[in-house]
Design a protein around this ligand. Sequence first.
Ligand SMILES: Cc1ncc(COP(=O)(O)O)c(C=O)c1O
Length: 368
Amino acid sequence: MDMMETKTVHTAKAGERAIHPKVMPLYQTSAFSFSSLEELEGYYEGNGTYLYSRTANPNTDALGETVANLEGAPKGVAASSGMSAILAGILAVVQAGDHVLAAQDVYGGTFHLLKEELVRLGIGVHFADFSNISEIEKNLIDFPEVKLLFSESITNPFLRVEDIEVLVQLKKRYGVKVMIDNTFATPYAVRPFELGADLVAHSATKYLGGHSDVTAGVLAGGKELIALAANRIVNMGMNLSPFEAWLALRGIKTLALRMKAQTANAQAIAEFLKDKAQVWYPGKGAIVTFALPESVDVSKFFSSLGWIQIVPTLAGVETTVSYPYGTSHRALSEEEKEKIGVTRQVVRLSAGIEGTEDILAQLGAAFK
Ligand SMILES: Cc1ncc(COP(=O)(O)O)c(C=O)c1O
C-alpha cells in the first residue's frame, strides 16, 4: 500500500489493537467485515458476529437488551422511533383481517398510525374508553377478530393510569395479546410485562434517552413476539442508527436518578399548584397537567414562565411546558377536544431535575 489514494482509504483500525474501553464504544458502521468465507459462514450459523447494521448492530442490540432487562422481559429490540417500535409490535401480533382494540386516549401519533395506516393495511381498528371494563368487553364480544388490546400505562394529557391487570384478565378470557406503551411511566414506575402484558413499547425519545437529543424507540417482550417484531423492523427499514442507540444507552445510565428527582419535583409542583389550578397528578411519573382558572390569561401565563421553556415534548432534564390544545391535540375538532377536556386553559408540565424551590419560584412568578 504505497499510493496516497490507497493509504487515505485504508485508515488504521482501532479494533486491531488490544483496547478495553470502559463504556460500550460506538459501532458507527453500516456493515461488518469477515476475514474468511468460513467466518462468514459462522455468522449464518449464529456465532454472534454481525453482518449489516440494518439487520443488527452491537449498539442497537445493547439498547434492546438493556430495556428488556429493565422491564423484566426476556428480549428487546430497538427501533428508529417510538412510532416504529409501536408499529413493529402491532405487526408482530396482527395481520390483514385481524383487528386492534385501543384505548381512546392514546397518544395522537398512535391514534393516527392506527386510524390512517393500519386501516390501509386491512387491519380493523376500534377505540374504546378503557376506564370502562364493560365497554372493552363489549368490543371483544362484538369483534371476535380483535387480536390485540393496546393502551398506555399513563395517558396524555390527563394522566389516567391504566389498570393493566384488568387488561391481562381480559386477555386470558378472550385469547388476545396486550401491548402497553410505557413511555410516560418508564420501568422505574411501572413494569407492564411483569404484570402480564405481552409487549411493552417505548418512545426512548422521552425518559429513557432523557436529554431531548435522541429520537428512538424500543420494544420489549417474549422471545417469539420480539423475533417477529425484529423481522418487521429489518424488512421495513425501521432500524435505529448506532449513534442514537449509543446516546439512548448513555441516557439510561441515569434513568433511576432522574426519575427519582423528577418524580419528587412533580409531586412538589402538583402540591404547589393545588390552590391555583385544577391539577391532575397520579402520584407516579413526572408529568403534571393543570387547567388554569378562566381568570388567568393563558397566553400571558406561557410568556411569563422565564427559563421554563415551551416545547412540544416532555421528559428532558429541564422543566418544560406544552400546550395540548395547540399542539398534541390540535388536529381534534372543538367537540372532540371538549369531550376529553382539552380546553384552552390546559397546561402539561414535564418536571425536570432542577432545584425544587427554583421551579416553584418560577411558577409562582408566572402566576403573579
Ligand atoms: C406516549 C407516546 N408514545 C409514543 C410516542 C412516539 O414516539 P416518537 O416521537 O419517539 O416516535 C410519543 C411521542 O410523543 C408518546 O408521547
